[in-house]
Design a protein around this ligand. Structure first.
Ligand SMILES: [Zn+2]
Ligand SMILES: [Zn+2]
Length: 220
Protein backbone atom coordinates (compact mmCIF):
# COMPACT_ATOMS: atom_id res chain seq x y z
CA UNK A 1 0.00 0.00 0.00
CA UNK A 2 1.27 3.46 -0.88
CA UNK A 3 2.52 5.61 1.97
CA UNK A 4 -0.29 7.66 3.41
CA UNK A 5 -0.13 11.41 3.31
CA UNK A 6 -2.41 13.71 5.24
CA UNK A 7 -5.74 13.02 6.87
CA UNK A 8 -8.26 11.57 4.45
CA UNK A 9 -11.96 12.20 4.85
CA UNK A 10 -14.73 11.25 2.44
CA UNK A 11 -16.92 14.35 2.87
CA UNK A 12 -19.99 13.12 0.98
CA UNK A 13 -21.58 9.80 1.96
CA UNK A 14 -25.21 8.63 1.98
CA UNK A 15 -26.74 5.76 3.92
CA UNK A 16 -30.14 4.13 4.22
CA UNK A 17 -31.25 7.18 6.20
CA UNK A 18 -31.20 9.17 2.96
CA UNK A 19 -34.23 7.24 1.79
CA UNK A 20 -32.84 6.56 -1.67
CA UNK A 21 -29.86 4.53 -0.50
CA UNK A 22 -29.90 0.98 0.83
CA UNK A 23 -26.46 1.26 2.42
CA UNK A 24 -26.39 -0.13 5.94
CA UNK A 25 -24.58 2.31 8.25
CA UNK A 26 -22.27 -0.34 9.70
CA UNK A 27 -21.29 -1.51 6.21
CA UNK A 28 -20.38 2.08 5.35
CA UNK A 29 -18.20 2.51 8.41
CA UNK A 30 -16.49 -0.82 7.77
CA UNK A 31 -15.93 0.05 4.11
CA UNK A 32 -14.38 3.37 5.12
CA UNK A 33 -11.90 1.60 7.42
CA UNK A 34 -11.12 -1.00 4.77
CA UNK A 35 -10.38 1.72 2.21
CA UNK A 36 -7.91 3.30 4.62
CA UNK A 37 -9.86 6.50 5.21
CA UNK A 38 -9.32 8.46 8.40
CA UNK A 39 -12.88 9.72 8.47
CA UNK A 40 -16.19 10.18 6.71
CA UNK A 41 -18.91 12.78 6.83
CA UNK A 42 -22.44 11.46 6.40
CA UNK A 43 -24.51 13.90 4.33
CA UNK A 44 -28.05 12.60 3.97
CA UNK A 45 -30.42 14.40 1.63
CA UNK A 46 -32.51 17.21 3.07
CA UNK A 47 -32.16 16.24 6.71
CA UNK A 48 -29.41 16.70 9.25
CA UNK A 49 -31.46 14.72 11.77
CA UNK A 50 -31.56 11.64 9.54
CA UNK A 51 -27.95 10.72 10.28
CA UNK A 52 -28.22 10.97 14.06
CA UNK A 53 -27.99 7.15 14.54
CA UNK A 54 -24.36 7.45 13.41
CA UNK A 55 -23.55 9.26 16.66
CA UNK A 56 -24.39 6.08 18.52
CA UNK A 57 -22.76 3.68 16.02
CA UNK A 58 -19.44 5.47 15.82
CA UNK A 59 -18.52 4.39 19.35
CA UNK A 60 -17.94 0.93 17.90
CA UNK A 61 -15.42 2.30 15.35
CA UNK A 62 -12.95 4.34 17.38
CA UNK A 63 -10.31 4.36 14.65
CA UNK A 64 -12.58 6.32 12.31
CA UNK A 65 -13.72 9.94 12.61
CA UNK A 66 -17.44 10.05 11.85
CA UNK A 67 -18.95 13.47 11.22
CA UNK A 68 -22.42 14.51 10.11
CA UNK A 69 -23.51 17.14 7.62
CA UNK A 70 -26.42 17.44 5.22
CA UNK A 71 -26.94 17.78 1.46
CA UNK A 72 -29.60 20.32 0.54
CA UNK A 73 -31.31 21.23 -2.72
CA UNK A 74 -31.10 24.92 -3.54
CA UNK A 75 -31.81 27.11 -6.52
CA UNK A 76 -28.06 26.91 -7.22
CA UNK A 77 -27.95 23.11 -7.16
CA UNK A 78 -27.12 20.73 -4.33
CA UNK A 79 -25.07 22.05 -1.43
CA UNK A 80 -23.16 20.22 1.27
CA UNK A 81 -23.46 21.83 4.69
CA UNK A 82 -20.90 21.18 7.43
CA UNK A 83 -20.41 22.38 10.99
CA UNK A 84 -24.06 22.93 11.91
CA UNK A 85 -25.54 21.20 14.92
CA UNK A 86 -28.98 19.70 15.33
CA UNK A 87 -30.39 22.58 17.36
CA UNK A 88 -29.33 25.16 14.77
CA UNK A 89 -30.72 23.04 11.99
CA UNK A 90 -34.09 22.96 13.69
CA UNK A 91 -34.04 26.72 13.57
CA UNK A 92 -33.31 27.24 9.88
CA UNK A 93 -32.97 24.32 7.58
CA UNK A 94 -35.67 21.81 8.11
CA UNK A 95 -38.00 21.02 5.22
CA UNK A 96 -37.35 24.30 3.51
CA UNK A 97 -36.49 24.90 -0.09
CA UNK A 98 -33.57 27.25 0.05
CA UNK A 99 -31.94 30.03 -1.87
CA UNK A 100 -28.29 29.13 -2.46
CA UNK A 101 -26.83 32.50 -1.55
CA UNK A 102 -28.95 32.79 1.58
CA UNK A 103 -27.87 29.33 2.61
CA UNK A 104 -24.17 30.13 2.23
CA UNK A 105 -24.47 33.34 4.23
CA UNK A 106 -26.68 31.96 6.95
CA UNK A 107 -24.62 28.85 7.51
CA UNK A 108 -21.45 30.93 7.67
CA UNK A 109 -23.01 33.18 10.32
CA UNK A 110 -23.78 30.09 12.37
CA UNK A 111 -20.16 29.00 12.15
CA UNK A 112 -20.53 26.37 9.43
CA UNK A 113 -19.89 26.23 5.69
CA UNK A 114 -22.12 25.45 2.71
CA UNK A 115 -20.34 24.11 -0.36
CA UNK A 116 -21.78 23.48 -3.85
CA UNK A 117 -21.81 19.73 -4.56
CA UNK A 118 -20.93 18.37 -8.03
CA UNK A 119 -21.35 21.87 -9.55
CA UNK A 120 -20.90 20.98 -13.21
CA UNK A 121 -23.13 20.69 -16.24
CA UNK A 122 -22.92 19.30 -19.74
CA UNK A 123 -22.34 21.88 -22.43
CA UNK A 124 -25.37 21.71 -24.72
CA UNK A 125 -24.27 20.66 -28.18
CA UNK A 126 -27.25 20.02 -30.45
CA UNK A 127 -26.74 17.26 -32.97
CA UNK A 128 -23.49 16.09 -31.45
CA UNK A 129 -23.94 13.25 -28.99
CA UNK A 130 -20.29 12.19 -29.03
CA UNK A 131 -17.52 13.67 -26.99
CA UNK A 132 -19.52 15.25 -24.18
CA UNK A 133 -18.18 18.55 -22.96
CA UNK A 134 -18.52 19.90 -19.46
CA UNK A 135 -18.49 23.26 -17.76
CA UNK A 136 -18.97 24.80 -14.33
CA UNK A 137 -22.64 24.96 -13.34
CA UNK A 138 -23.45 28.55 -14.22
CA UNK A 139 -25.71 28.89 -11.17
CA UNK A 140 -22.73 28.81 -8.84
CA UNK A 141 -20.65 31.30 -10.81
CA UNK A 142 -22.78 34.17 -9.52
CA UNK A 143 -22.57 33.18 -5.84
CA UNK A 144 -20.65 35.37 -3.38
CA UNK A 145 -18.72 34.24 -0.31
CA UNK A 146 -17.94 30.78 -1.61
CA UNK A 147 -15.44 28.98 0.59
CA UNK A 148 -14.97 25.90 -1.57
CA UNK A 149 -16.60 23.68 -4.15
CA UNK A 150 -16.77 19.93 -4.45
CA UNK A 151 -14.29 19.60 -7.29
CA UNK A 152 -14.15 15.79 -7.27
CA UNK A 153 -17.29 13.75 -6.81
CA UNK A 154 -17.15 9.96 -6.96
CA UNK A 155 -19.96 9.80 -9.48
CA UNK A 156 -18.02 11.77 -12.08
CA UNK A 157 -14.92 9.58 -12.09
CA UNK A 158 -15.66 8.42 -15.63
CA UNK A 159 -14.95 11.99 -16.69
CA UNK A 160 -11.79 13.14 -14.91
CA UNK A 161 -11.86 16.34 -16.95
CA UNK A 162 -14.71 17.56 -14.71
CA UNK A 163 -12.32 17.57 -11.75
CA UNK A 164 -9.89 19.65 -13.79
CA UNK A 165 -12.52 22.16 -14.93
CA UNK A 166 -13.83 22.63 -11.40
CA UNK A 167 -10.27 22.81 -10.06
CA UNK A 168 -9.43 25.59 -12.51
CA UNK A 169 -12.56 27.50 -11.47
CA UNK A 170 -11.65 27.15 -7.78
CA UNK A 171 -8.11 28.34 -8.43
CA UNK A 172 -9.35 31.35 -10.36
CA UNK A 173 -11.75 32.25 -7.55
CA UNK A 174 -9.23 31.55 -4.81
CA UNK A 175 -11.48 29.02 -3.10
CA UNK A 176 -10.91 25.51 -1.78
CA UNK A 177 -11.55 22.18 -3.52
CA UNK A 178 -13.02 19.26 -1.64
CA UNK A 179 -13.62 15.67 -2.72
CA UNK A 180 -16.34 13.22 -1.71
CA UNK A 181 -17.60 9.92 -3.08
CA UNK A 182 -21.34 10.67 -3.01
CA UNK A 183 -21.53 6.96 -2.25
CA UNK A 184 -24.99 5.40 -1.99
CA UNK A 185 -23.52 1.89 -1.58
CA UNK A 186 -20.64 0.84 0.69
CA UNK A 187 -18.41 -0.24 -2.24
CA UNK A 188 -18.24 3.35 -3.43
CA UNK A 189 -17.20 4.87 -0.12
CA UNK A 190 -13.79 6.51 -0.54
CA UNK A 191 -13.88 6.69 -4.36
CA UNK A 192 -13.20 10.38 -3.83
CA UNK A 193 -12.14 12.12 -0.65
CA UNK A 194 -10.41 15.19 0.76
CA UNK A 195 -6.87 15.19 2.06
CA UNK A 196 -6.27 17.54 5.00
CA UNK A 197 -2.85 18.43 6.35
CA UNK A 198 -3.67 17.67 9.95
CA UNK A 199 -6.24 15.52 11.75
CA UNK A 200 -9.84 16.76 11.70
CA UNK A 201 -11.85 15.21 14.50
CA UNK A 202 -14.89 17.41 15.14
CA UNK A 203 -17.38 19.51 13.15
CA UNK A 204 -15.67 22.70 14.35
CA UNK A 205 -12.27 21.42 13.32
CA UNK A 206 -13.72 20.50 9.95
CA UNK A 207 -15.01 24.03 9.37
CA UNK A 208 -11.69 25.53 10.47
CA UNK A 209 -9.84 23.19 8.13
CA UNK A 210 -12.14 23.95 5.19
CA UNK A 211 -11.71 27.69 5.73
CA UNK A 212 -7.93 27.24 5.69
CA UNK A 213 -8.11 26.04 2.07
CA UNK A 214 -5.02 23.90 2.63
CA UNK A 215 -6.43 20.61 1.40
CA UNK A 216 -7.08 18.93 -1.88
CA UNK A 217 -9.40 16.36 -3.43
CA UNK A 218 -8.20 12.91 -4.33
CA UNK A 219 -9.71 9.97 -6.15
CA UNK A 220 -8.92 6.29 -5.78
ZN1 LIG B 1 -26.17 15.77 -4.92
ZN1 LIG C 1 -25.06 13.32 -2.57
Amino acid sequence: MAKKHGFRIDLHVHSVFSGESLADPRDILEAAIEKGLDGICVTEHQSLYASRPFDELKKDYPSLVVLRGVELSTDAGHMLVYGIDDAEWNDWGKDRSVNGQELIDRVRKLGGVAIPAHPWQVVPSPGNQEGLQFTVDERITILDNLTAIEACNGKQLGHPVICEILGAFAKQRGIGRIGGSDAHVPENVGNAYTVFRTPVCSPRELVRAILSKTYYPQTS
